[in-house]
Design a binder for this molecule. Structure first.
Ligand SMILES: [Zn+2]
Length: 493
């Protein structure tokens, strides 16, 4: 984005907030298949979405039409018409800004070139149109960024912005160049690594990193995986000594205690006050962290908090499959409820997935609990699992969509190009049927992974079509449309 774009907001867009999942006047579910003619995918005619209910972040839900032209939202309002346009009737459907998943990892267990194709397909078919992608490794990134961006522009179906994980002094020194040359404004530090995969950094390194990021300006942000690794190690050692070991995910959960997460959030927030750096805490998983975040937000305006769809929808007492081993671990139902409350009370700003594609083989579920690789595919189930979760928690869909689109867009410098439905912005949209029920399968999730979270469960609320840069597609039409879809690298400056 070369320039800051401020959209025109019409007078009639007064707030139209809701208290429940969806308002009563939204109902009915007709299949879209018949109205989606093949020709629309190939033509440059405007697209007119009629009769749907538009979720406009921070405003509410409105029964508006939307006209899309040249990859942008041309207009939104009542009774729009255009004789040239391809018209799509969307009665009973919701239209939301394309989902932004700010937390995705690719290229860890399989080549980046492969996953940039397969996983952006999984995202797009399930309503996610923009990804915040973490790039890691101990090599300086200057040698690699042209190649990575080239691969994104060649293979991705979604738009992508980058977060660079900073492990060492050399990478830290290069940060101002990552920022000025590549428009990268977010970086990441691990206060607790993953043994054998990711090393952690100490507080002295962390505070220098905060100073470096703060020095870039107040549009830069440091993302932090906050857990106290010494407390995690201590809890792990203690558990391994206990006999007999249960090798259950509940045991795994106790090896990463909630207080270790909360302590690290508190410490990093305190350190950040020395530099004024903006900090974005990734994947809050538990009650202790939400409690601490609530306190910290009162005093400190530069802090942002993320949770993920798995922590909002999985429960350690029911979801016991070793395929669900992750860091931090799946917690209890009580933690899940506190996280939903945290979203409602604006303690939590954004929702990611922490998608890390891997197969059952790569997960090594045949090994003992302690040897199984943490991580899971989730971008394909991100939106459906949260629609179902919001319905079960009576959580307003307007707020859910804000936390999944406009809010991460603002934090990471993409708003309002992304994250809204206002005229002049990118035409990335998701069309949702809020009452459609389907059983989750890896085929629907459409990742290269041979399993997915929630597989076998029936979820309520599904994306039924997606508009990406003005092109409309469904899972059925993807193969025909895909040559017209070009993911872009989002340079943020
Ligand atoms: Zn992650």
């Amino acid at each position: 984005m070369g320039k800051e774009f401020s959209p025109f907001i019409p007078e009639y867009l007064k707030k139209n907030r809701i208290e429940k999942f969806i308002p009563e006047w939204i109902q009915g579910s007709e299949s879209l298949a018949s109205s989606l003619s093949k020709s629309v995918f190939f033509e440059d005619r405007p697209l007119l979405l009629k009769g749907g209910n538009c979720i406009i972040p921070f405003k509410g839900i409105f029964p508006f039409d939307i006209k899309i032209q040249d990859g942008k939202i041309h207009s939104i309002g009542e009774n729009l018409s255009d004789k040239e346009a391809f018209v799509l009737e969307l009665k009973g459907k919701l239209i939301a800004p394309g989902i932004i998943d700010p937390h995705v990892h690719l290229g860890i267990f399989k080549d980046f070139d492969v996953e940039i194709v397969t996983e952006t397909k999984s995202a797009l078919l399930n309503g996610v149109t923009t990804l915040g992608l973490y790039i890691g490794g101990e090599e300086p990134y200057l040698k690699r960024l042209d190649d990575i961006i080239g691969k994104i522009e060649k293979g991705a179906f979604c738009d992508i912005f980058l977060h660079l994980v900073i492990f060492n002094q050399k990478q830290m020194e290069e940060i101002p160049i990552y920022y000025s040359r590549y428009g990268i404004k977010s970086f990441k530090a691990y206060m607790c690594g993953i043994p054998g995969l990711i090393p952690e950094v100490e507080d002295d390194f962390l505070i220098q990193l905060m100073e470096t990021v703060a020095g870039l300006g107040n549009d830069a942000v440091l993302n932090i995986h906050a857990e106290n690794y010494r407390l995690v190690n201590m809890a792990t050692k203690k558990l391994k000594l206990a006999k007999p070991l249960s090798y259950s995910l509940e045991e795994w959960e106790r090896s990463h205690p909630g207080f270790a997460e909360a302590e690290a959030i508190q410490r990093a927030s305190f350190l950040s006050m020395q530099s004024g750096a903006r900090i974005y805490f990734v994947h809050l998983s538990c009650k202790e962290s939400v409690d601490v975040a609530k306190e910290l937000r009162r005093r400190h305006k530069n802090l942002y908090f993320e949770t993920t769809s798995p922590y909002l929808t999985l429960d350690i007492r029911q979801d016991t499959d070793p395929l669900y081993k992750m860091v931090p671990p799946v917690r209890k139902k009580e933690d899940q409820d506190v996280l939903w409350n945290g979203l409602a009370e604006n303690i939590i700003d954004s929702i990611g997935s922490d998608h890390t594609p891997m197969s059952t083989d790569e997960k090594k579920t045949g090994l003992s609990l302690w040897e199984i690789t943490p991580g899971y595919p989730a971008v394909g189930t991100h939106l459906p699992s949260l629609l179902d979760g919001a319905w079960k928690h009576e959580f307003p869909i307007t707020t859910l969509i804000e936390k999944m689109s406009a809010s991460p867009a603002k934090i990471f410098g993409l708003y309002s190009q992304k994250g809204t439905l206002l005229p002049g912005t990118d035409a990335d949209l998701v069309i949702i049927d809020p009452i459609l029920e389907k059983v989750v399968t890896p085929r629907i999730a459409a990742s290269r992974s041979d399993y997915c979270l929630h597989q076998g469960k029936k979820l309520r609320g599904w994306p039924v079509a997606v508009v990406k840069s003005g092109k409309i597609l469904t899972p059925e039409s993807f193969e025909q449309v895909k040559t017209f879809l070009k993911g872009r690298y989002l340079r943020r400056s």
